[in-house]
Design a protein. Structure first.
Length: 228
């Protein structure tokens, strides 16, 4: 299959956050007077966060200017909470096996990109915190506010391909820990669509969605790429 590019999700896939995305989103909505459950948030995990918030509020607030204003306020609150977390919380580290995986892929000559449901502000905060913004570490990063449509649409992957000069999606592997990651990779026509089960969703939950492989850890990825 000759994989030329691997597009990884961030939170829960390459970046450990101990469920902070779910927690911060829940807190931002609660501060705005709306209570949601962890399972409700997990159902929209991986989507662009304004879209996720809109879906969470859809049956709780009337549509119109009030809903739009609430989404904007809650998203701003969420972004502030996430930036504070990623800047200062000691739990923010690379996921187990992530660094070793990235180094192995680089040695194989495979390009590496990150894509995410986060906005660019949060992405840059994470990259700085982990030192992943140093030259040569990554070939591209794509934030949800840099494309017309976020997951489960393929736009993030297509933009990563454009930025890394990879022309055919058959040569791309998409890796993520949410159903929206798998749907995104499938929509883009990626040669490999891989779910990793040590993030927000279990193997059983991911197995219900289109994929080529499921793995328990990123440790398994370089061997899969080599033999695909």
């Amino acid at each position: 299959m000759n994989t030329k590019l691997v597009v990884f999700d961030m939170a829960g896939t390459t970046v450990r956050d101990d469920d902070a995305v779910n927690r911060c989103l829940c807190e931002a909505l609660l501060a705005g007077g709306v209570e949601v459950s962890r399972d409700e948030i997990n159902a929209v995990m991986g989507l662009p966060k304004p879209v996720a918030i809109t879906r969470l509020l859809a049956d709780k607030l009337p549509t119109g200017p009030a809903l739009s204003g609430a989404v904007d306020r809650m998203h701003d609150d969420f972004v502030a909470r996430m930036i504070g977390f990623y800047q200062a919380d000691p739990r923010v580290v690379a996921m187990p096996g992530a660094m070793e995986c990235l180094i192995s892929l680089k040695k194989l000559g495979v390009k590496i990109a990150l894509d995410t449901g986060f906005s660019r502000t949060i992405v840059d905060t994470i990259l700085e915190r982990l030192g992943w913004n140093r030259p040569g570490m990554l070939d591209a990063t794509v934030a949800s506010d840099e494309v017309s449509r976020g997951r489960p649409h393929p736009d993030l992957i297509f933009e990563a391909m454009r930025r890394t000069a990879v022309r055919e999606a058959i040569h791309v592997a998409k890796v993520g820990d949410t159903p929206s990651d798998l749907l995104e990779g499938t929509a883009a026509g990626c040669g490999l669509v891989i779910g990793v089960t040590n993030g927000t969703h279990t193997r059983k939950q991911l197995a219900a969605h289109p994929h080529t492989h499921l793995m328990d850890s990123l440790d398994e990825l370089p061997s899969l790429i080599t033999h695909s």
